[in-house]
Design a protein around this ligand. Structure first.
Ligand code: FES
Ligand code: FES
Length: 158
């Protein structure tokens, strides 16, 4: 049975009627047209679909609408407005992607990491970045450049 749900997505309120088990990812991409969030495995294993729910990274493919109801969602479309996030600048400077399919989820998760590092005034270590991004798959093998970019972003070098 379909029920109605309220979502704040990137600062805009939306009312969505759907089955409460519908994954948040489907609503973002198919109902709201926010296709920057990627569908990869659909099973919580690749990180491609990562968005922020009340500021914390979640897999939108395994976040049912009943659990997102009433919460605030931030997607890749919101990062970089009005200025590119330091993670986005660093990824570009490092040319840290090939096809880019994985980068929306990685950028969303790394933005939280880098924002926390900036507020505590420190640079992330290689080990910290690798651990944080461990659940994000990149089929193009761009991991080393991505990690270097995130470290640079935390150091204010992007
Ligand atoms: S598509 Fe959600 S974790 Fe892979
Ligand atoms: S850049 Fe292609 S999957 Fe990561």
């Amino acid at each position: 049975m379909e029920t109605s749900h309220t979502l704040d997505v990137n600062g805009v309120q939306h009312d969505v009627t759907c089955d409460p088990q519908t994954p948040l990812l489907w609503v973002l991409r198919d109902s709201l047209g926010l296709t920057g969030t990627r569908f990869g495995c659909g099973a919580g294993s690749c990180g491609a679909c990562t968005v922020l729910l009340d500021g914390a990274p979640v897999h939108s493919c395994d976040t049912p609408m009943w659990s997102a109801d009433g919460h605030a969602v931030t997607t890749i479309e919101h990062l970089g407005r009005p200025e590119p996030h330091p993670v986005q600048r660093a990824l570009i400077e490092h040319q840290a992607g090939q096809c880019g399919y994985c980068l929306s989820g990685i950028t969303v998760r790394a933005s939280v990491l880098v924002d926390e590092a900036h507020s505590s005034g420190r640079t992330l270590t290689d080990a910290e970045v690798r651990e944080a991004l461990d659940g994000h798959l990149c089929r193009c093998g761009a991991h080393n450049r991505i990690v270097a970019a995130v470290i640079d972003a935390s150091a204010g070098q992007a």
